[in-house]
Design a protein around this ligand. Structure first.
Ligand code: HEM
Ligand code: CU
Length: 533
């Protein structure tokens, strides 16, 4: 009886107190805890970036020593990659919405889900400890032999990445099993929202690629502690092997990073253009195609590392194929917008930014895939810009857009729309001022990761630093707007945007088991047209 009474109470109110959160197995609460943790690390990683960009204001010392500069970009990279963009969307929004979008009560393995969160926290704690332990300055790629330095901070960082990898694998596994076994009656594969297809493709990559990273880190640690020659040439090892292993994980990882962003963009565009996504199946399949092709192109990170010319040529050739599924998506989103009744609300502004930024990120990727051009551009600011257009400009922007899209559902509150829009526009300007200029200075030959740089690049660095200030203002405005809404925001209705997917058919915030009765699905995820007819 009592359980029944609880059925209608929203998940935030079912139980109170810190302990009720720490031992919860509710996917929504776990998602919210991930969200809070990831945003905290985003601010931490951003602070390091902000500081070293300020340092780059002039070619000589401003306020950081060269050593501190190296440590700061290392910490920035490790935090942003392993603690923010890789877990990011799946762990926070995926956790919250995968079960709800298929009409299920929870994930298939709720306790495993809580375990993933704890592994994330432990991994994050160790990563932070490595800051205290000293002096990690090897860069986020941890290339041997430099990373085999017996430096405790570097070792701790590897242990952290190892543990974080398991958190990621378990999340992917949980999602895949859930989608296979727990779909509501009528929820066929092709009625699944595109966000779920994206989560599915991401899950595949998490399960198949992440173990390779784990093994690599384990080998590095063994080499460090027992002096077994695996990667260190002084011990008879092969440093290139380390790079192969590393990129065999890390190229799929770039898609673990961006594919979830594709998913969110599809949801937002459908909801705010009030249309079915053009070529739904192509968009769904292209996520899976990206996941598969992503496994055979890792060598494009090693064009100048000394692999054979034949290998270079093959990897260059194969890399071009990754452009096809990405382009299919961009074309289909654009076609969806065509003749849509577009509503430029805050989430939609982020989705449009995503389209712009991802187009630049993807096209610069193709430029880098051209062997002869990459020899010139490798290790310049062009690379830095390319991956920021993808990781920040696409993934983080989609993430922030998704937070705005689902905020009313997650919290039951509406944020201020005008402030949300202004923040979004500021972020767009700030991001592009920061990173577009880096494409130019990179193509002029300015190397990355240099503390002292040549005078002729100062103006570009300064423009970029101004951009970062604008970006920071935009991001903080967005964050404050969301936080203020928790106290001041109007109560959110069940479906503020008039969207069609299942999460909008339950209360805001949802009850403990998501739906008071199991939904029965009778149409596709974006059935706007059927309604008109
Ligand atoms: C869509 C998500 C993508 C992400 C997250 C991403 C991320 C990255 C990252 C992090 C690097 C830096 C390597 C380094 O540390 O030096 C990189 C380099 C590279 N990316 Fe991407 N990339 C993406 C898409 C693409 C696409 C679509 C292509 C090609 C069609 C591409 C081609 C390349 C190439 C060739 C390099 C190597 C450049 C070099 O090291 O000289 N990327 N990418
Ligand atoms: Cu790659």
């Amino acid at each position: 009886m009592i359980a029944h009474v609880h059925d209608n109470i929203n998940y935030l109110k079912t139980k109170k107190g810190l302990m009720s959160w720490l031992v919860t197995v509710d996917h929504k609460r776990i998602g919210m805890m991930y969200l809070a943790s990831i945003l905290l690390f985003f601010i931490t990683g951003g602070t390091f970036a902000f500081l070293f960009r300020l340092e780059l204001w002039s070619p000589l010392k401003d306020f950081l020593t060269p050593d501190q500069y190296n440590q700061f970009f290392t910490l920035h990279g490790v935090i942003m990659v392993f603690l923010v963009v890789v877990p990011g969307i799946p762990a926070a929004l995926g956790n919250f919405f995968v079960p709800i979008q298929i009409g299920a009560k929870d994930l298939a393995f709720p306790k495993l889900n809580l375990t993933s969160l704890y592994l994330y926290w432990i991994g994050a704690g160790i990563a932070l400890w490595s800051i205290v332990a000293g002096h990690a300055d090897q860069g986020w790629t941890m290339y041997a032999p430099y990373s085999l330095s017996q430096n405790p901070a570097v070792l701790w960082m590897m242990v952290a990445a190892f543990i974080l990898g398991f958190s990621s694998i378990l999340t992917g596994l949980n999602f895949i099993v859930t989608m296979h076994t727990m779909r509501a009656p009528g929820m066929t594969w092709y009625r699944m929202p595109l966000f779920l297809w994206a989560m599915y493709a991401t899950g595949i990559m998490q399960i198949f690629a992440t173990p390779v990273l784990a093994i690599t880190l384990l080998l590095l640690l063994m080499e460090n502690f027992f002096g077994i020659g695996i990667f260190d040439p002084a011990l008879g090892g092969d440093p290139l092997l380390m790079q192969h292993f590393f990129w065999f994980y890390s190229h799929p990882a770039v898609y673990i990073i961006v594919v979830p962003g594709f998913g969110i963009t599809s949801e937002i565009i459908a909801a705010f253009a009030k249309k079915d996504i053009f070529g739904y199946r192509f968009v769904a399949y292209s996520s899976v195609a990206i996941a598969i092709i992503g496994f055979v192109v890792w060598g494009h990170h090693m064009f100048v590392a000394g692999q054979s010319e034949l290998a270079d040529t093959i990897f260059s050739f194969l890399t071009f194929f990754t452009a096809i599924p990405s382009a299919i998506k961009v074309f289909n989103w654009t076609a969806t917008l065509y003749k849509g009744s577009i509503d430029l609300k805050t989430p939609m502004l982020y989705a449009l930014q995503f389209l712009w930024n991802f187009t630049i990120g993807g096209l610069t990727g193709i430029i880098l895939a051209i062997l002869s051009v990459d020899i010139h551009l490798h290790d310049t600011y062009f690379i830095v810009s390319h991956f920021h257009y993808v990781a920040m400009g696409s993934t983080m922007i989609a993430f922030i857009g998704g937070i705005h899209y689902w905020w009313p559902k997650m919290t039951g509150k509406m944020y201020n729309e005008t402030v949300g829009k202004l923040a979004s526009i500021t972020v767009f300007i700030g991001f592009n001022v920061t990173f577009f200029v880096q494409l130019i200075m990179g193509s002029l030959g300015s190397p990355r990761r240099y503390y002292h740089y040549w005078d002729q690049f100062q103006i570009y660095h300064q423009i970029s630093t101004v951009g970062v200030v604008i970006l920071a203002v935009g991001l903080f405005t967005a964050l404050i707007n969301l936080i203020v809404s928790l106290w001041k925001g109007a109560t959110a209705p069940a479906n503020p945007w008039g969207a069609k997917t299942l999460e909008w058919q339950t209360d805001s915030p949802p009850p403990l088991y998501n739906f008071t009765e199991t939904p029965i699905v009778t149409h596709g995820p974006y059935a706007f047209e059927t309604e008109k007819a």
